[in-house]
Design a protein around this ligand. Structure first.
Ligand SMILES: [Ca+2]
Length: 609
C-alpha cells in the first residue's frame, strides 16, 4: 500500500504543476475567494471548452467538460433568502442549509462559479465539497494485554453526551446504561447522501438500506464508540479474564453517521452533522464531539469550511476532539512525516490527538509514538499540533458486525476468543476486534473529556483543553527507532512538540488538577510555530491565546515540557530546516497528500508501528 501512496503523491504533484502553469496563464475572478482545487477545476474546464479537439473527445467519451460540482459556500454573515436567490440566478442549485455554520451547499456548473462569486460580494469563500474518511490503520495480531488507562472508578461519564461523527454506531450490549437494557445511543441520524455523484451521467443510487441506516456498515464508528464508552458487558463472564472497557463507560452517545460502508464521506455531511450536534447540545447535554476523520489541507484554517464548522461547535461550548491523521510515515518531500496534520485537526481551537503504541504492556514506561501518527506543524498556518497523544495502536474494541467492511477485508483485525476467555477455541470473537490509528487515540481523549465534565460541568472547552495539555505526561525517550518488518524501512521518531504535542494523556492527573484557565473561547488556542531561516530556530507565538506563557501556571515549559525553552522549540529532527514545511502555500501540502485525500488506505499489519 505504501507504493500506492507514493504513486498518488506523485500523481498529485504532476497535476499541481499543470494547475500552477495554467493558473499563471489565466486571470480568475475573485480568485482568492475560490479554493485552489476548485479554481484548478474551473480553469481546466474553461480551457477544455475552448478546444474543439477536447470537446469532441469528451463528447465521444460521454464526459462533460462543464460538469456540475458540489460546493460549500461561506458567507460573511448568516445566509439569507437574498443570498440563495442570487445563487439561483447565477446557476447554482441549493442543496443544503445550516444553522450554526455560516454557509450553504450548492450544486453548480464549473462555468458558473466565477459568476456566482462576482454576483454576491458577501461570499467569503467557496470550496469543493471534498471527500474525507476515517483515520484508521488496521490492527495487528500481537498477543498482549489490552490497556485500559481510565484510572478512576469515581467517574464514568454519567449524564455527559458525546457526539460521535463517524460511520454510525451499531447497537451493542456494551453500549447500554449500567444495569439496564436501554441503549446509551440516545440519538441517531444519517447524513450519508443517497446519491454518490451529482453528475447526471454517472449518478449512482446506493441501496437505500445501506444509506439510510444509522448502523455501522464500515466497522469504524462502533469501535470508536467502544473506546469512548464501552462498558465491557460482552467481556464480563465467568470465563473472561480480560474486560474491554472504554474510558467513560456510562456516557451517552449521539450517533451522527457521515461515513458510508467504505469509510468515505464529504465535508458537507460532516458540517451538517456538527450543525446538528450544536442544535441538540442542550437536549442531550452534548459536551464533546469526536471526529476520528479528516482530509488534506487546501487553505488556511480561517477559510477551510471544516475548520469553521468545528470552531462554531467550540464556541457553542462543545469540546471538539480530532484525529491528527495517519501520515507520519510520509517522506515524499523529505519531510519525515512533519507537516502532515489533516483538517480539521489543523484548527487551533480544537484538541488534536496523535497515537501512541503501548507495546501491549500496562506500564507507560515502554510506550512509544506510532510511526504513522501525523506530525505538525500544520500546513499553511504552521499551528503547533498535535495537542496531545493517547494510546491508538492495536486497540481492542467493539466489532459492529462480522459483515462490517473493515472486518471482512482485514481478517488480521480478529481477536481470538481465548485471548480474553479461558476457552480452548481460538475462533475469532464476534464482539471485539482490533484497529490501529489516530482514530483510536482520539476517543480516549473524548472519553477523558466526558469524565472531566461529569466531575466539573462548569468547565469551558478551553479550560478542558488547557488542563488536559498541562497534566499530560512529559516523560518520553529522546528518540525511538522502529523498523517495519514488512518493508524494512526504518523510522526514527523524536519526541518534540510537533510529534507528541504537550504530552501523553494522563486521565488521573487531569481529574485531580485544579488549574483553571480563562473560559473565553480561544484562550487556549494552539500556538503558531515561526521558523527563522537565518539561524534555523523555531519559536512559538501564542497569538490571541492568553493561556500559554502568561503565568507560572501555564508557562510554556510547564505545558510542553523541556522541548520548549524560553519559547524556543528544541527539535530533534534533521528536517528542521526543511523549507517545504515552512512554506506558506498549500501546494507543498498538496504534494504531501497527492490527489487522494482518503484515509485508511495505509495498511499496517505488523505490531511495531
Ligand atoms: Ca506499555
Amino acid at each position: 500500500m505504501k507504493r500506492n501512496e507514493r504513486h498518488s503523491a506523485a500523481w498529485g504533484k504532476k497535476l499541481l504543476v499543470l494547475g500552477a502553469l495554467i493558473l499563471t496563464a489565466s486571470v480568475a475572478v475573485s480568485q482568492s475567494k475560490i479554493s485552489p482545487d476548485l479554481q484548478t477545476a474551473v480553469t481546466l474546464s474553461t480551457l477544455a471548452s475552448k478546444s474543439t479537439l477536447v470537446e469532441s473527445l469528451a463528447a465521444q467519451a460521454g464526459v462533460s467538460t462543464n460538469p456540475s460540482v458540489n460546493v460549500i459556500v461561506q458567507y460573511a454573515a448568516p445566509p439569507s433568502q437574498t443570498n440563495y436567490s442570487t445563487a439561483a440566478s447565477s446557476g447554482a442549485t441549493l442543496t443544503g442549509q445550516f444553522t450554526s455554520f455560516q454557509g450553504a451547499t450548492y450544486s453548480i456548473p464549473l462555468s458558473a462559479v466565477g459568476q456566482l462569486v462576482s454576483n454576491d460580494p458577501t461570499i467569503s469563500y467557496i470550496s469543493l465539497d471534498r471527500a474525507l474518511a476515517g483515520a484508521t490503520d488496521y490492527g495487528d495480531g500481537a498477543q498482549a494485554i489490552n490497556l485500559d488507562i481510565a484510572p478512576s472508578l469515581s467517574f464514568d461519564g454519567t449524564g455527559v453526551g458525546v457526539a460521535l461523527i463517524d460511520s454510525g454506531i451499531t447497537p451493542n450490549n456494551d453500549l447500554r446504561f449500567a444495569n439496564s437494557t436501554s441503549s446509551r445511543i440516545v440519538y441517531s441520524q444519517n447524513f450519508v447522501p443517497s446519491v454518490t455523484s451529482t453528475s447526471s451521467a454517472s449518478a449512482t443510487v446506493i441501496s437505500s438500506s445501506a444509506v439510510t441506516s444509522t448502523s455501522d456498515a464500515y466497522g469504524h464508528g462502533t469501535h470508536v464508540a467502544g473506546i469512548i464508552g464501552g462498558n465491557g458487558s460482552n467481556s464480563t463472564c465467568s470465563n473472561c479474564f480480560v474486560t474491554f472497557r472504554g474510558v467513560a463507560p456510562n456516557a451517552r452517545l449521539i450517533n451522527l453517521r457521515v461515513l458510508d460502508q467504505n469509510g468515505q464521506g464529504t465535508d458537507s455531511s460532516v458540517i451538517a452533522a456538527i450543525d446538528r450536534a450544536i442544535a441538540l447540545k442542550n437536549i442531550y447535554n452534548i459536551r464533546a464531539i469526536n471526529l476520528s476523520l479528516g482530509r488534506g489541507i487546501y487553505e488556511s484554517y480561517k477559510q477551510d469550511p471544516l475548520c469553521q464548522a468545528v470552531e462554531a461547535a467550540w464556541k457553542a461550548g462543545i469540546v471538539v476532539v480530532v484525529a491528527a491523521g495517519n501520515y507520519g510515515r510520509n517522506n515524499s518531500i523529505g519531510n519525515e512525516g512533519y507537516g502532515t496534520i489533516t483538517s480539521p485537526g489543523n484548527d487551533p481551537y480544537v484538541i488534536t490527538v496523535g497515537a501512541m503504541n503501548t507495546k501491549f504492556t500496562g506500564t507507560p514506561a515502554d510506550d512509544v509514538i506510532t510511526t504513522y501518527s501525523s506530525k505538525g506543524p500544520s500546513a499553511v498556518d504552521h499551528i503547533v499540533k498535535p495537542d496531545i497523544v493517547a494510546p491508538g495502536n492495536g486497540r481492542i474494541s467493539l466489532l459492529a458486525s462480522t459483515s462490517a467492511t473493515l472486518y471482512t477485508t482485514h481478517p488480521v483485525t480478529a481477536v481470538p476468543l481465548n485471548y480474553y476467555q479461558t476457552v480452548a477455541s481460538s475462533a475469532p470473537s464476534t464482539n471485539y476486534y482490533r484497529l490501529s490509528g489516530t482514530s483510536m487515540a482520539t476517543p480516549e481523549v473524548s472519553g477523558a473529556v466526558a469524565l472531566m465534565l461529569q466531575q466539573n460541568p462548569s468547565l469551558a472547552p478551553d479550560q478542558v483543553k488547557a488542563r488536559l495539555m498541562k497534566t499530560a505526561s512529559k516523560s518520553f525517550p529522546a528518540s525511538s527507532i522502529i523498523t517495519d518488518p514488512t518493508t524494512g524501512v526504518t523510522y526514527v521518531e523524536y519526541y518534540d512538540i510537533f510529534t507528541v504535542g504537550a504530552g501523553y494523556l494522563n486521565v488521573a492527573a487531569a481529574l485531580s488538577s485544579g488549574d483553571v484557565a480563562p473560559s473565553t473561547a480561544g484562550s487556549a488556542l494552539s500556538p503558531t510555530a515561526v521558523y527563522n531561516s537565518s539561524n534555523g530556530t523555531v519559536t512559538l507565538v501564542e497569538g490571541s491565546s492568553v493561556v500559554w506563557g502568561s503565568s507560572v501556571v501555564w508557562g510554556t515549559s510547564v505545558v510542553w515540557g523541556t522541548s520548549v525553552s524560553s519559547n524556543s522549540v528544541l527539535w530533534g529532527s534533521s528536517v528542521s530546516g526543511n523549507s517545504v514545511i515552512w512554506g506558506t502555500s498549500a501546494s507543498a501540502q498538496s504534494v504531501v497528500w497527492g490527489s487522494s485525500v482518503l484515509w485508511g488506505t495505509t495498511v499496517t499489519t505488523n505490531g511495531d508501528n
